[in-house]
Design a binder for this molecule. Structure first.
Ligand SMILES: Cc1ncc(COP(=O)(O)O)c(C=O)c1O
Length: 407
């Protein structure tokens, strides 16, 4: 079953927006378009329910119920309990708070593992635990390919390691890391696992329960939703870590690590992400029930479409000798987040692409450590071309033609 791209694009008002016509969007890893289900719920919240939620009057009851609905339905899609999912202002904020919890939890002499493949959000806050006498071990990428080798992790693990942090997929390397395998290795060594799923989730909401990490983070604004950071905290770890919220909220798992007051409207509107995924599943003849089964069906549909569109782009870039394609050239191994090192500043090239109707960016994308290890000057950065399942074949062709003109 192939993805019905017309149906998909019909769910995103941006594709009908006159001011965006003729422009192909290739900076989706920075933030995706928003689906109409989310926009409609956001509008309804602001027009009909913008009152303090969880109070005994109808508008408030509806507001609170919609916030609960968002957590319940998205958690079900990810194969976890409802209270194991919480909403924070962003993934960066969520990891910062988590690092504070681990700061209190870990003892001097204990160790954590971080990578140099991550976006700074899932490495910088953890590295600062060194201030408390925590040993920070760096799991390093291959400087040629950007690959993160699980065999190298094995040599870093011992009984001192309490936490392993890594990305499901880096926002510049694009390679999909084997979360289940890495989690199993880490758990066998007695360490907890924190996965940054920000660059992966837009390509198919994962079943976190099956993948197995203790913490899984992603950002709704890159996954067709509002500007929120979603955080899965599995109960066993969540109850061990010290509460970071008001003391009287300590017994509520989904409040323990989100001390900021939530943005009620955006939390409620996140239910639209579940609506969208269910609509895709139903339209394509997916399973008749089961949120996780529908999400898994949609995940595979999205991936198949993306892989098909991605391979010609990778082939075209691999064939050139004036640039370096970062990450795998086999589309099946990666997300459609393609970074190119040009040996010159990338931002001006992105500006040239804009003249050809391509919206893309150049820079370090906060993956400074990864670029540095790959031998790329962060101030030159990479040209990043990222798309999702709603991208059409014509847009990819437009991109390849535009690249031929500007490179
Ligand atoms: C891989 C990755 N992790 C984390 C983040 C940070 O997410 P947020 O903007 O929600 O803080 C980003 C943002 O670009 C990202 O690409």
């Amino acid at each position: 079953m192939a993805l019905d791209i017309e149906f998909v694009r019909g769910q995103f008002p941006a594709f009908q927006e006159p001011s965006l016509q003729g422009q192909a969007f290739f900076e989706n890893a920075g933030g995706s378009y928003t689906c109409s289900q989310v926009i409609d719920r956001l509008t309804r919240y602001y027009t009909q329910r913008k009152v303090q939620p969880y109070a005994p009057y109808e508008a408030s009851r509806l507001a609170g119920a919609e916030m609960d609905e968002a957590r319940q339905r998205l958690a079900a899609m990810m194969g976890i309990e409802t209270d194991e999912l919480s909403f924070g202002p962003s993934t960066t904020q969520n990891t910062y708070v988590l690092a504070q919890a681990f700061r209190q939890f870990l003892k001097p002499g204990e160790a954590i593992v971080v990578t140099n493949q991550d976006h700074e959000a899932n490495t910088g806050p953890w590295r600062r635990l060194a201030d408390e006498g925590i040993e920070v071990r760096e799991w390093q990428i291959d400087p040629q390919t950007g690959h993160l080798d699980p065999a190298k992790l094995e040599s870093l693990l011992d009984e001192k390691v309490r936490l392993v942090c890594f990305p499901h997929c880096s926002n510049v390397v694009g390679e999909i890391n084997p979360v289940t395998e890495i989690t199993a290795l880490s758990h066998a060594a007695g360490a907890f696992v924190c996965v940054d799923g920000v660059s992966y989730a837009p390509h198919g909401v994962p079943n976190v329960g099956e993948l197995g990490p203790d913490i899984y983070l992603f950002s709704a604004y890159k996954t067709y939703g509002p500007h929120q950071g979603l955080m899965v905290m599995r109960r066993e770890l969540g109850e061990l870590l010290p509460n970071q919220a008001h003391y009287f909220n300590a017994d509520c798992l989904y409040k323990r690590f989100t001390p900021a007051g939530p943005d009620h409207a955006q939390v409620a509107a996140s239910a639209g992400m579940a609506d969208y995924i269910e609509a895709l599943s139903d339209h394509h003849g997916g399973p008749s029930e089961g949120a996780a089964a529908k999400a898994s069906f949609v995940h595979d549909l999205m991936r198949a479409h993306e892989v098909e569109l991605l391979q010609p782009l990778l082939d075209a870039m691999k064939a050139r000798n004036d640039l370096r394609l970062i990450g795998p050239s086999d589309a099946a191994l990666r997300a459609p987040t393609v970074a190119l090192a040009l040996n010159r500043a990338a931002a001006p090239v992105a500006a040239q692409l804009a003249e050809h109707g391509i919206m893309a960016g150049g820079g370090d994308f906060y993956a400074v450590r990864a670029l540095t290890e790959l031998g790329i000057k962060p101030d030159e950065g990479v040209l990043r071309l990222s798309f999702t399942h709603y991208t059409s074949q014509e847009e990819v062709e437009q991109l390849i033609k535009a690249l031929d003109l500007v490179l």
